[in-house]
Design a protein around this ligand. Structure first.
Ligand SMILES: Cc1ncc(COP(=O)(O)O)c(C=O)c1O
Length: 437
């Protein structure tokens, strides 16, 4: 038997204890549970790369504003369902500063994280027009969003964009949209799990086709401006965060406080509904709710029914963080660039020991280093690699749970500690040596 940092029998027993028919399909929570249990039982440290949790402290400007708001007594009062004026105004200004597009404050609505933003967007979009009842995922993507579709009880279609980058995207997308059943399409940019970034050319294709087939585009900017190859962090100065908003009038941007501001714990983000979409009335919404436009139904019907608004104090925090970023006094990107530095080092170690980066290019340019990257090992299926790395005290999730057709894993840089580069190197050297045997 091969010598591995985690005893083979213990790992086998713990994994089997979870009764998973296919370990490669394990959810992030299951991988966390298995790796944490093994860590506890064996006393051997794991290099955790499965969870997409911010690994940096929350932005102080947000914490200060939130404490101040609480001290003023806002905790006892229901927040306005539309969002407090400060956060609406500052969100609109932040979008202008970093994407250079105009979304009226009216359409900028606080949500309890992008998680709620996409849920409400999927729900409202699929209720607009009879027959347009399906969400299209440009995959790979964030698995929980498909679970949202299951909870809502609507339908989805998806495709792995790996083979359809650049102009090839047009034919693929058109084939799907032309069927007429797609209410909205969704993607994240930068992408979770693969960290590729759709280019302006690709966003233009998406926007043009969305116009042609009257489809709403949900652009998930959970990793706002975190393409560290470009300097996207100077307010009101190009280059800007690329966006489909430049190419269509029917879009919804999801801007999360979780990663850019390390504010995940307070569950806060903003859904920005384009001016045109906000004011558009749809037959399906009129029939169901007796009136309203996309924007008013989204806020006063859907969000009202879901949570009656968003935590009052967190709205003050987000307003303060948006304001400081747009004022140029809070350089949020220089803080989160740490993820890029980690990815660069980790990718070097993995590739040194025979791994490859799965989604490695944005057309003719290597992908950026950031929050996530994808790895494969020659001749190994994703699920098999995921299990094998557990024996080496390394945990990551299989790409098969993300709608990807590629064999590999998603690795997240956020939990990596300084001493773990050497540990990873040591363990991967042993992995490579054992694979040769
Ligand atoms: C692509 C994507 N969208 C949305 C979210 C959720 O963001 P929030 O914490 O704002 O709900 C995440 C978090 O990992 C994500 O990766």
């Amino acid at each position: 038997m091969k010598q591995t940092p985690i005893d083979f029998q213990s790992a086998k027993r713990v994994i089997e204890g979870y009764g998973l028919p296919d370990f490669g399909k394990a959810t992030i929570r299951e991988v966390v549970a298995i790796s944490s249990q093994l860590e506890e039982e064996t006393g051997t440290e794991f290099i955790h790369m499965e969870m997409g949790v911010p690994g940096l402290p929350a932005a102080q400007v947000g914490v200060d504003a939130e404490i101040q708001a609480l001290q003023k007594g806002i905790a006892s009062i229901y927040p306005n369902i539309n969002g407090i004026p400060e956060v609406k105004q500052e969100a609109s200004r932040f979008i202008k500063a970093f994407i250079n597009i105009d979304v009226a404050p009216e359409g900028c609505v606080p949500v309890t994280g992008s998680m709620q933003g996409t849920y409400a967007s999927f729900l409202t979009s699929t209720q607009c027009t009879a027959g347009k009842d399906t969400i299209l995922f440009i995959d790979p993507g964030f698995p929980v969003q498909k679970q949202q579709i299951a909870v809502i009880g609507s339908k989805y279609e998806s495709f792995d964009v790996y083979e359809y980058r650049g102009e090839k995207l047009r034919g693929k997308l058109e084939g799907l949209l032309a069927k007429g059943n797609i209410a909205a399409l969704v993607y994240s940019n930068p992408n979770n799990p693969a960290w590729f970034c759709l280019t302006d050319e690709e966003l233009k294709i998406i926007g043009e086709l969305a116009n042609q087939y009257d489809t709403i585009v949900i652009e998930d900017l959970a990793y706002f401006a975190m393409d560290f190859r470009k300097e996207l962090g100077t307010p009101f100065q190009p280059p800007y965060q690329p966006s489909v908003a430049n190419y269509t009038d029917h879009y919804i941007l999801q801007i999360s406080g979780s990663k850019a501001f390390s504010y995940a714990g307070q569950r806060i983000g903003v859904t920005a509904i384009s001016n045109k979409l906000y004011h558009r009335a749809y037959e399906g919404l009129t029939q169901r709710y007796g009136g309203g436009t996309f924007g008013t139904v989204y806020i006063h019907r859907v969000l009202y029914a879901l949570s009656s608004g968003t935590s009052h104090s967190a709205q003050y925090a987000l307003a303060a963080m948006f304001k400081a970023a747009a004022d140029g006094s809070f350089h949020f990107l220089s803080i989160v660039k740490e993820y890029g530095r980690r990815a660069e080092k980790l990718k070097k170690i993995f590739t040194k020991y025979g791994f490859t980066i799965v989604y490695d290019q944005d057309l003719d340019e290597p992908i950026a280093d950031g929050f996530y990257f994808t790895i494969a090992y020659p001749g190994m299926k994703g699920g098999e690699l995921m299990e094998e790395l557990i024996y080496y005290g390394i945990s990551a999730i299989s790409l098969s749970t993300t709608g990807s057709n590629q064999e590999g894993l998603r690795a997240c840089t956020s939990f990596i500690k300084d001493h773990q580069y050497a540990l990873l190197e040591e363990r991967l050297a042993l992995f490579a040596e054992n694979r040769m045997k």
